[in-house]
Write a protein that binds this ligand. Structure first.
Ligand code: COA
Length: 170
């Protein structure tokens, strides 16, 4: 599995994963393109040994002159057939390392309140709930803003075979 920078030619495959993952709350191709044109340098894909793109992370870096340097994960998704094999975690490591290397002291993201899978992934990287975003994803679909401190670098909590958590560098 390779984590590499997202190229414009990856877009059709990335959009397929996006549609399979988010259905009606997913981004349109236009929204996606807009994000990439604004900030393509930090966004990543996961590519398997056959060269197939199996996941992506859209990453944003906010401008430094607005005060504290901050970054964020705009979207992350893994091909539904390839989940639960560490691809999401690898993308998060890559995304947060990008942000930390570019001086981000904090990262934020939004997640649907009932998306426990994603929240569990984010919590493993030290993200904590910051505030509720009522109806962020539509009527009766609340969001949660989560933030993580990157000042000490990227740390990920992994579960040992015995089920206990331990912290380690990403
Ligand atoms: C969230 C998502 C990116 C995770 O990708 P993944 O490759 O399956 O994740 P990983 O295999 O790397 O799992 C890493 C951790 O995430 C959490 N996790 C992933 N899937 C989970 C699930 N179905 N239920 C509970 N926790 C889950 C676990 O903490 C897991 O660690 P563990 O395996 O030690 O328990 C994937 O489920 C996805 O694409 N979901 C749809 C899109 C989405 O919701 N994106 C987030 C939008 S905010």
């Amino acid at each position: 599995m390779t984590i590499r920078r997202l190229k414009l030619t990856d877009l059709p495959r990335v959009m397929r994963i996006e549609r399979d993952s988010f259905a009606e709350v997913g981004y349109s191709t236009t929204t996606f393109l807009g994000h990439l044109l604004r900030d393509r340098r930090h966004s990543l894909v996961a590519e398997d040994a056959q060269g197939d793109v199996v996941g992506y992370a859209l990453v944003r870096m906010n401008l430094g002159w607005l005060g504290m340097r901050k970054g964020g994960i705009t979207s992350i998704a893994v091909d539904p057939r390839r989940r639960r094999s560490g691809i999401g975690r690898a993308l998060m490591v890559g995304a947060l390392e990008q942000l930390a290397e570019h001086g981000a002291e904090e990262a934020d993201l939004e997640v649907e309140a009932n998306n426990r899978a994603a929240q569990s992934l984010y919590e493993a990287f030290g993200f904590r709930q910051s505030r509720l975003l009522p109806h962020y994803y539509g009527p009766d679909r609340d969001g949660i803003k989560m933030i993580a401190d990157l000042k000490c670098g990227v740390r990920v909590r992994v579960r040992s075979a015995a089920g206990a958590d331990r912290a380690g560098d990403g």
